[in-house]
Design a protein around this ligand. Structure first.
Ligand SMILES: [Zn+2]
Ligand SMILES: [Zn+2]
Length: 263
């Protein structure tokens, strides 16, 4: 989570995207905070739904295979019924829940959806500590002002591939915001959680955070990806709901001033 004073402005979702795709179509319903992007069958380009959930306005993603309609839920931060409704409306079959990290605001609807959909919850090993170590859990919950409901039951590893129909999701361990923060790479889409926002990065002053580690993760795991990769952040703190790595490399001060300036 990030207490950026800029916050989410739902009107901004209406803006034309400077990075609008030529192949894939993107459209949105601003009043519902729902953004759709169409993928392509057999090309590892998923269908994506971005919607804002919970009191901390987390971006929840429904990433689905355009062919089989199997999907994963990334960071269900609350509003379980809204997420279930989107699954019903789009005739999608949830296969598992994936968390970009263990902060309570990103996992609030985990247990409710796990029960409703009979699916597992995946999180990186290092952030499972938020739940298995009572001292860390207490400290983190106090910092966030939220109580986290239960642990993950599937440990994610760096480099692991999760298959969803014909689509492949790759786990990239990107510690820094938390020790077990991960990004999910699906085709040319990167779900960055609180590691990278549009024009910003996640907080590193919370339990287990480190700015140096975060910048190293961005440099070594994210900036090595193709420049046209779309960034799907964990919160809408930027001027647009998504960006590209090319845009971030030009406009994100943490990247331009701390990472690229050193090269
Ligand atoms: Zn967080
Ligand atoms: Zn967050």
């Amino acid at each position: 989570m990030n207490f950026s004073p800029r916050g989410f402005n739902k009107n901004l979702i209406n803006f034309a995207f400077p990075f609008r795709r030529t192949q894939n179509e993107t459209h949105c319903c601003p009043e519902e905070h729902v953004l759709f992007q169409q993928g392509a069958i057999m090309s590892n380009q998923p269908d994506i739904i971005q919607t804002v959930t919970g009191a901390y306005q987390v971006n929840t993603y429904i990433v689905s295979c355009p062919e089989t309609k199997a999907c994963v839920l990334i960071d269900p931060g609350g509003d379980a019924e809204k997420i279930l409704q989107l699954l019903r409306e789009n005739v999608l079959q949830a296969q598992c829940i994936l968390n970009t990290h263990g902060h309570a605001d990103h996992i609030l609807a985990n247990m409710e959806l796990k029960k409703a959909l009979d699916v597992s919850v995946g999180m990186h090993r290092e952030d499972v500590l938020f739940f298995s170590r009572p001292d860390i859990r207490k400290k983190s919950e106090k910092e966030l002002g939220l109580t986290a409901p239960g642990a993950a039951d599937r440990v994610l590893e760096d480099g692991e591939i999760i298959k969803v129909g014909t689509v492949e999701i790759q786990v990239l361990h990107t510690p820094g915001h938390t020790p077990g923060s991960v990004c999910f790479l699906v085709g040319d889409n990167l779900f960055t959680g609180d590691t990278l926002f549009v024009g910003d990065v996640g907080r590193t002053d919370l339990t287990g955070g480190s700015l140096q580690t975060l910048l190293q993760s961005i440099k070594e795991k994210i900036l090595v990806l193709p420049k046209e990769t779309t960034v799907w952040p964990g919160h809408n703190y930027g001027e647009t709901p998504t960006s590209t790595l090319a845009w971030e490399m030009k406009e994100n001060p943490y990247i331009t001033d701390f990472i690229l300036a050193e090269e």
